[in-house]
Design a protein around this ligand. Structure first.
Ligand SMILES: O=C(O)C(=O)C[C@@H](O)[C@H](O)[C@H](O)COP(=O)(O)O
Length: 341
């Protein structure tokens, strides 16, 4: 399967195929330039090695696993390593891993020498269904998520389904939450896959449909001036929960990004019957249905959301299956959304 992101001079192919990591050399020039392969300690080494083996001038750089690596310190360390590898403007960075590696790697590629080529090889469900395409790259500042970054599109995205075989089950489910988001706001058939007998057995279809919807949105609005905001459904509250309960740095228990987004979606669904169906899916998959976080703290972090303008914030609601609406509300209404009043 193949999708093409149509963005004029920034267009690129998204290859969806088991084993396609071994075919990187068919999609981009790896012969005559240096290739910096960025991965993390949780990603089986063989995936980065498969990439590096195709490139005569390559190095593998491994960052610690987890959201804690999306920080200024690790960002600086990666850039330093790129400089020491003597990379110039024609060279390439390949990110092999999940959302953290893709977001950080993409931002390093966007900013090193004001921008070098970048290839994304997502190896988690979350990255395969969502974060690997669209060009959002970023790091966090403290607990504030994705607050420094750039729009920087990859040259190609290789979605190798084989990499999911080594993914812990909780990470599979974590990523499925982002796909469910897509089903809720824009694809009733995708949502139906989650209500079928064994959603996890249909992962390839879930990835394909999720990317197809996201591609259509990004093509209309690359830099989130309008419709792209819908992809943030669940993220306003989700990022707030993640700041308070997210697994990162020394906080080794808590919730992953997709789990927080799952919780963030529930108050934004307006149809009570649909909320019931979504909760049932969460229970089947093993996603959390209760936040268990200090809501006042969640609220505090929500005020830093990128969709806040002064004392107003735009939130994405889901009035019914397959549709969405952007509501600009006063930040004083947020406690009510969080069920604090
Ligand atoms: O690609 C987008 O646009 C999204 O909003 C997708 C989100 O699922 C993703 O987590 C994104 O990184 C969040 O973006 P942010 O702008 O809220 O930091």
């Amino acid at each position: 399967m193949k999708l093409t992101m149509q963005l004029k001079s920034r267009s690129y192919d998204i290859i969806l195929k088991a084993g396609c990591l071994a075919n990187l050399h068919q999609f981009t020039n790896v012969e005559n330039r240096k290739v910096f392969v960025l991965t993390d300690s949780g990603v089986p080494r063989q995936y980065a090695e498969t990439i590096a083996a195709q490139c005569p001038h390559s190095t593998i750089y491994t960052i610690p696993q987890g959201e804690g690596s999306k920080c200024l310190k690790v960002y600086g360390q990666v850039l330093q390593a790129m400089l020491e590898f003597d990379m110039d403007r024609k060279d390439l960075l390949v990110a092999v891993g999940g959302g953290v590696v893709g977001d950080l790697g993409g931002f390093c590629a966007a900013s090193y020498m004001r921008g070098i080529d970048f290839v994304n090889c997502p190896t988690t469900v979350l990255a395969q269904v969502d974060s690997s395409i669209g060009g959002k790259t970023a790091i966090d500042l403290g607990e504030t998520k994705n607050i420094v970054g750039a729009f920087w599109q990859p040259k190609v995205v290789l979605v190798d389904f084989d990499t999911l075989a080594t993914l812990p089950h909780r990470h599979v489910v974590n990523g499925l939450a982002e796909a469910l988001k897509t089903g809720l706001i824009g694809d009733a058939q995708l949502f139906a896959l989650f209500e079928s007998k064994d959603p996890e057995a249909q992962i390839e279809q879930i990835v394909y449909r999720s990317l197809k919807f996201k591609k259509k949105i990004v093509e209309q609005d690359e830099r989130e001036g309008s419709v792209r905001a819908c992809l943030n459904f669940g993220h306003t509250i989700g990022h707030g929960i993640e700041a308070v309960r997210g697994i990162r740095g020394r906080r080794t228990t808590g919730l992953y990004h997709g789990e927080c987004v799952a919780l963030g979606m529930l108050p934004m669904i307006e149809d009570p019957a649909l909320v019931k169906r979504v909760r049932a899916i969460y229970r089947t998959l093993g996603l959390p249905t209760r936040t268990g976080a200090n809501k006042a703290k969640v609220l505090e972090y929500m005020q830093h959301d990128k969709k806040t303008r002064g004392d107003h914030i735009t939130v994405i609601k889901c009035p019914g299956l397959g549709c969405w609406r952007a509501d600009t509300i006063s930040t004083t209404e947020l406690p009510q959304l969080l069920g604090m009043e």
